[in-house]
Each structure stands twice: as C-alpha cells, then as structure tokens.
Ligand binder design. Sequence first.
Ligand code: GLN
Length: 411
Amino acid sequence: MRTPVQDYLREVTDSLVGIHDGEVADYIPALATADPDVLALALTTITGRTYSVGDADREFSLQSISKPFAYAVALLDHGFEAVDRVVGVEPSGEAFDELSLEKGSHRPRNPMINAGALAVHSLLDPDNGGRVERLLDVFSALAGRPLRVDAEVHVSEMATADRNLALAHMLRSYGLVTADVHDVVDGYVQQCAVMVTARDVAVMGATLAGGGVQPVTGERVLPARVARQTLSVMLAAGMYNGAGSWITGVGIPAKSGVSGGLLGALPGQAGVCVFSPRLDAHGSSVRGVLAFQRLSSDLGLHLMDAERLGETVLRERREDGDEVVYALQGVVEFTGAEHLLHELAQEEGWTCVVLDLTHVDRVTRVGRRMVLEGLRRLRLDGRRVAVVDAGRVLPDADPGDGEVVEDRAQL
Ligand code: GLN
C-alpha cells in the first residue's frame, strides 16, 4: 500500500500552484533573483519519517528561520538568565525590522524580530571558532547534515545592511550589545545565509517538536526545556505583526523567513516546512501561510483544538469477589489521574482495590504522584491495594509512606 499522507500533501501543493500573489523580497539583492514559482512542502514526524513534495531538495537561505534556532543555541550555551537580560519574550506586534524595545530595560521585545536576534547573536561566544561556527555546528546537528553559509547571500545582504547596523548600534548604546557592532551584524547576516532545504527545515522543526531529540539521528541536540522555550516564543512572536491571527487561525508555533521559507513545529507531533518565495505584507510566504491554514484544519493540528483526555484513561471498572478492579489505558497524565482519583473516592465497601496498568503506555511524573497518593490514602482508609504492572509503567510504586504496593501475584 502507498501511504495516503504523501498523496494528501501533493493535493495541498497542487491547490497552491495557481497562486501567484505576493512579491519576492528585493531588499536583499541575492533574494530578488529567486525563482518565484518554486514550491516545496516537507513534513517530518517526531518518529523521524519525512514526507516531501515539490522542490524539497532545493536550497534556500534560512533568513529569519535561523532566529529560533540561534535563540536555542544561546539558551543552551549561556543559560536562561543571561539570555533574559538582553531579550524579552513578548510579541511586539510590529514588523520584523522595527526596533520594538521594552520601556525601561530597552530589551528588544523578543528574539524573533531582528533587534532581538541581533542581541541574541551578540551573546554567543566569539572564541572557539566563532559565533557562526558554533551556530553551524548546532544547526547541522539539528538538520542531520553539514550546513554551510552561502557567501553570495552573505555579501549581498551586508551591502544593504544599514537597518540592521542601525538596530545594533542602538542596542549597543543601551549596553545590550557589548561586542563590536560590525562583527555582530556580519555574524547575524551569515546566520541568515545558512543554506537549507525544505526537508532540512522540517527535520529541524521536528527536533523542536520532539523536545530536542533529532528524530532521524536520535541525538539529543537541545534540552527539553530549551525546545519548549523556543517553541513558546515562536508561538508568541514568530509571525511578527501577524502573530495574533496566526495563533487563532493556524495555532502552530511557526517562523517565517524573507527567502520564502515557513517553518511550523507542532509539539509532540511534527515539523513542517513550506518553501515558496512570494511574500505577503508581513514578509511571510503567501503560499506557505495558505498551506499551513489548510494543514492545520485538515489534519487537526491547531494547538487549541482541545482533546478530552481525562475520561479515556479508564478502560474498565469490574467487580470480582471482594475486589474492585480499575483497568487503565493510554497515558496517565493530570486529568486522567484526576478522573481515576475522583472515581476511587466514590468507592465504598470494597476491602480490596486493584489497579490494572496492563494497557497503560506511560504515566507522567504528575500522574505518578497523584496515583501513588491515591493508593496511599486508600491504605490509610484500611483498604488493601494491589497494582498489576507487568510492564513496570509505575516503577517503585511506593505510596509515599515507605510501604511498597504489593504485586498482584502476592495478593
Ligand atoms: N536577514 C534578514 C534581515 O535581517 C532576515 C529577515 C527575515 O527573514 N524576516 O533583514
């Protein structure tokens, strides 16, 4: 059988080829010559499978899609506090090349706008090969192949970099950039000139979506906390002055770049990249935005599409002699554990409560604490408690007072 996922993605791109709205970015001469009709779509699951259609192996420069990844490198190398001192996490509601500084601290509002990205870039360690080398190392690990800076794109943007130089000078005047302004802008422009394919960007996004583990190589490239922070800032500010309508309409953490790439990363599910150079007024790919609107609604990818999780955790309640058995299933997280504890609290008259975890895939940290506390209280009430857990999804089932929950076999 051929998987329908590929055919579906093809259908999405087919519906976009007739759309020629928007303009190719021309303020960077090397981008002005891009073929405006190129279209690529790639999707990588957090299990590491990539589906792609169109020109998914054609290279383009990352541009602003580099910003979330550079932010992640700064968090990784310098810690949250140091990064927090130079850049905020608030949506600016303004264009990507506005200064958008917070009152008082003068920090750029977020790392997705140029001012914030310049402050982040300047934080990186200039020694040990330099800032750009460090970024290339991590970007390559994220993509799973060695990436490079395109000299033509770099030189071309430096020739017209007055605005970024001005932004960096302002930041230096406020003490937020302490390094040499020219070095910082040159390094940032190289960061934007790293060449990728739609497939690379989808894999990089899937790494964020999977909590920092590169799904193809299996390497943990970023700590989970850094991946979460990066996705959060993408959601709040990745689409600049279009952030609010993006969150409501599409609901996927995303980042656009002026070369026409659009990255989306859906936590726990997938990374997606659309590449098509014609841009809307915000500087985002016109076809990219349309593709994401469609994917979000067709595939149910909107983050705020609430799932009713809690009740599904209870597979079955059965009575057996003097036992009442609760069989659970799936993932036991906060609402699942809450549901179980609520049900257990209603039980009267049973001397023995059995928790059957045979069909449970995983118990989250919070789920575990809650279930164990429930078992402990049942025992305090004088009940006997047993856990059936051959797969050891609830290891060290110590209810908190030193008593070890019996194995089913010993009951
Ligand atoms: N290199 C570009 C700039 O600084 C990146 C902007 C973007 O992609 N939105 O202007």
